[in-house]
Design a protein around this ligand. Structure first.
Ligand code: UDP
Ligand code: MG
Length: 340
């Protein structure tokens, strides 16, 4: 039997001093239990990433590391934001772990779901998405805004896993592929599904924050959604091109109408040429912007330098080679025996 996997938890923390003591205690319980069940290795760790907190977060992590064998810390030089802090944790952890679970420090996500994540990993899944069963503990506004967000993303053709935030397990191999994405505008929950590999989902209940306040006010949520759209989709730009075509159509119709009015003699002088040029110039400008936009879109996807493909498995030609060489050896032996 294979030894149990080394599992790291990557936990971004921003001003979480209120929640951390409880978080560390409860996560320690989970890891102790899983290690006892021989589901995870004793080399597993809880990696807390301090995202430039201004409160006692880092000193709490340092203190915990001394007394708690599971705890490790990583301190970012300044507040980089949840996504980047998480990436920092994942990239650090992948060096030592067989798989990494990303989770929030406020324990809103049921931490016992980690057991199921690991079970799925042992079954051979490389990416396990935690999916919320219901959102009853969120305020109606949070629920409504989150649901609109998923709809918007789907409309933009971005492959999101419904009701999945950043609570997931990724294998070392999947993380290695993730490290090939060099983009700076990170939107992890959009990127991970584009990596591929065998994946599955695990359902869990989302609770309320154990302490402190949400670090995602509406302003940050909107900018997060906008980041998601603009780093995944050139659709907003397509809208401009489409508008250009539409207004060109309108401009032809308006042109015909204006000329017809002119022929009927129902117009004041100057109106026809005026209305024709306004519509025509307007639509040409929109079209031109759309075309420029298309090129910028191409440049954008080039500079992101996403890996064009990810190999899951390759069959090497060893079996064939050995077969051929045995055959050749046999032939050589026959030739040899004829010589004598
Ligand atoms: N977080 C972070 N950097 C930030 C904002 C948030 O590392 O700039 C962390 C935060 O400490 C928490 C996680 O990201 O562990 C999710 O944030 P929060 O719980 O405030 O978001 P919500 O659950 O309200 O969407
Ligand atoms: Mg939270």
């Amino acid at each position: 039997m294979l030894p149990p996997p080394i599992v790291y938890a990557a936990i971004p923390c921003y001003n979480e001093a209120e929640a951390l003591p409880v978080t560390i205690k409860q996560l320690t319980e989970v890891f102790e239990q899983l290690a006892q069940e021989r589901l995870i290795s004793k080399e597993s760790r809880l990696l807390f990433v301090d995202d430039g907190s201004k409160d006692a977060t880092w000193s709490l992590i340092v203190a915990a590391q001394v007394t708690n064998r599971w705890v490790l810390g990583l301190k970012l030089a300044r507040n980089a934001g949840h996504q980047k802090a998480l990436l920092a944790g994942l990239m650090h952890a992948r060096k030592y772990a067989d798989c990494v679970v990303s989770m929030d420090a406020d324990l809103q996500d049921d931490i016992w779901a980690v057991r199921e994540f690991v079970l799925k990993y042992n079954e051979g899944f490389e990416v396990v998405y935690g999916v919320r069963r219901s959102r009853t503990t969120d305020t109606w506004f949070k629920r409504w805004s989150a649901e609109s967000f998923y709809k918007l993303m789907q409309g933009m053709g971005i492959p999101l896993v419904y009701n999945h935030a950043d609570y997931r397990l990724m294998s070392k191999r999947a993380l290695e592929q993730l490290s090939r994405y060099e983009e700076v505008n990170l939107f992890l929950r959009g990127i991970v599904p584009t990596i591929g590999f065998r994946s599955t989902t695990v359902e869990y209940d989302r609770k309320e924050r154990i302490a402190g306040e949400s670090k995602y006010p509406l302003r940050k949520m909107l900018s997060f959604a906008w980041d998601g759209v603009t780093s995944f989709s050139v659709k907003p730009m397509r809208v401009v091109t489409t508008l250009g075509f539409l207004s060109l159509g309108v401009s032809i119709a308006v042109g015909a109408y204006a000329l017809w009015s002119k022929i009927l003699g129902e117009t004041v002088s100057g109106w026809t040429s005026m209305i024709l040029s306004v519509w025509f110039i307007g639509s040409i400008q929109l079209l031109a912007l759309g075309v420029i936009g298309e090129y910028i879109g191409k440049i954008y996807s080039e500079v992101k330098r996403r890996p064009p493909f990810i190999v899951e498995e390759a069959l090497v030609d060893e079996p064939y080679r050995t077969l051929v060489s045995t055959q050749q050896k046999e032939e050589a032996a026959v030739v040899d025996s004829m010589k004598h």
